[in-house]
Design a protein around this ligand. Structure first.
Ligand code: HEM
Length: 452
């Protein structure tokens, strides 16, 4: 097939409306299959599957939900029920005043200066990843596994590292198990399935979660005694944090819940972004070559650091385009609290209001050639409607770790593309499947050839 007419992998959206049982069984395997094809052709789609629900793809209406009427559209019960057992009433889950004080306290932790200071950890993790790939010889590499490991090295090193009691591997497993089990639960809840429908996730015992919390508490207590590390990490910065309005500080439990939140919300999402970006670079060798010439002129053979990020706009645009085509948080959802009107339609209290970011990013009303991989569409950022592109959400609840994630992704992608050339392996395309996040099922298997 002609290169320009080939499209990167995507989810076939269904044409005919699905009934309750059909949606439930389809969604068990891939939540994105609940999206109808009209979601990329219309600003809003509504229906009833147990609960009344709406999918909103209109930038103006999304702005209203995420910014103007924030308190009328809190996170959905499904999201909260799903995450609460692991991360308590932390920043991600809390609402109202409980959320506001935590957000005010945590915001300075992610200031530009603090995020930049953490870059050496990202560079080191990228270099270790290159060493592992080089040692694995000419065999094909599952870059998804590599990226999960690399981003976990980063997040473990900027949260609890250096603490004797913190067993990074045990926490990693507990989190991965939790995400895969809990994801099954959310699909059924989001669609409003009656309570008697068996939820496989409910079988999850919670003992791994308990163990994970215990290990984290111990690490926090140890740090209180041992004092700050030479380069302040996220734990030091949060320990130092104080709500500028009330002077309230976080207790050990609150610190633990928020640090675990950073791990849960930040590690897999960034690994997915990088995995999809690498898949896309292998898919389009011309883009990969353009990126490499930018990288070689800026880095000249060395690894990327914080100072290089602003000098690598094309690498950044590959990350942006990967986040458009495969947004890790592909659907965000809210529960309406008060009656409202969106796109001229009635919203009743209790309705589920979903923002299917995946469909928004592929809307024919908002994007030119939406299914094509074209990083150059981000060359002029101002031309993109802010509420048409939402990989990190928006409004006051926008992802607190967005600049951390972008910096990490650019450093790792640039370092990898500077050392290796990546090519596809025929018949091994990943399948985009959303359980809790949008993952490349089957992994991202690529041939990595060292560059001389
Ligand atoms: C590419 C990587 C990432 C993506 C795509 C992503 C995406 C998102 C999205 C869409 C939201 C908003 C959810 C909603 O409104 O329902 C969010 C919130 C959040 N993210 Fe991220 N995230 C990423 C990386 C990170 C990192 C690295 C961290 C921390 C180190 C992080 C921590 C959080 C937290 C704490 C929230 C909740 C903020 C609040 O409600 O005030 N995320 N993220």
């Amino acid at each position: 097939m002609n290169k320009s007419s080939r499209l990167p992998v995507h989810v076939p959206l269904h044409k005919a409306p699905m009934g309750l049982w059909e949606s439930l069984s389809a969604a068990r395997h891939n939540l994105l299959t609940i999206l109808p094809e009209i979601a990329v052709k219309q600003p809003m789609v509504s229906g009833k599957t147990g609960l009344r629900w709406h999918m909103v793809m209109d930038p103006g209406a999304i702005r209203r939900i995420l910014l103007e009427k924030l308190d009328d559209y809190p996170k959905s019960h499904a999201t909260k029920n799903l995450l609460r057992p692991a991360i308590g009433e932390s920043l991600f889950v809390a609402e109202g005043t409980e959320w506001r004080w935590q957000r005010r306290t945590a915001a300075p932790v992610f200031s530009h200066r603090n995020v930049q200071a953490l870059a050496p950890v990202m560079t080191t993790a990228a270099e270790k990843c290159c060493d592992r790939i080089a040692k694995s010889g000419p065999a094909a590499v599952n870059m998804m596994d590599e990226m999960v490991r690399t981003t976990f090295d980063v997040i473990a090193d900027v949260t609890f590292s250096g603490d004797d009691h913190f067993d990074a591997k045990a926490v990693h497993h507990a989190i991965d198990d939790y995400i895969s089990e809990a994801g099954k639960l959310s699909i059924l809840d989001m669609l409003g399935a009656p309570d008697w429908v068996p939820r496989p996730g409910r079988l999850f015992s919670g003992s791994a979660t308990k163990q994970m919390k215990h290990v984290a508490d111990q690490a926090i207590e140890d740090r209180r005694v041992s004092g700050q590390r030479t380069t302040l990490d996220l734990l030091d910065l949060l320990l130092e944090g104080e709500d500028p309005e009330t002077a309230r500080r976080m207790s050990t439990g609150e610190l633990r819940d928020n640090l675990l939140t950073f791990i849960v919300a930040g590690h897999e999402t960034t690994a997915l972004t990088l995995s999809w970006a690498l898949y896309l670079c292998a898919f389009d060798q011309d883009v990969q070559k353009l990126a490499r010439s930018e990288i070689q002129s800026v880095l000249d053979g060395r690894s990327a650091t914080a100072d290089d990020v602003s000098q690598l706009p094309f690498v950044r645009s590959i990350i942006d385009e990967a986040l458009r085509l495969y947004p890790p948080a592909a659907i965000v959802s809210r529960t309406a609290q008060v009656a409202d009107t969106l796109c001229g339609r009635e919203i009743r209290p209790g309705d589920t209001v979903m923002i299917p970011i995946y469909a928004l990013h592929r809307s024919e009303l908002l994007w030119d050639d939406p299914n094509a991989f074209r990083p150059d569409r981000f060359a002029d950022r101002k031309s993109i409607d802010r509420y048409a592109y939402l990989p990190f959400g928006d409004g006051p609840r926008i992802c607190i770790g967005a600049s951390f994630a972008i910096q990490e992704a650019v450093i790792i992608l640039a370092t990898l593309l500077g050392r290796f050339s990546f090519t596809e392996i025929e018949g091994n395309d990943p399948d985009p499947v959303m359980i809790l996040t949008l993952r490349p099922e089957g992994g991202v298997w690529l041939q990595a050839t060292p560059l001389e």
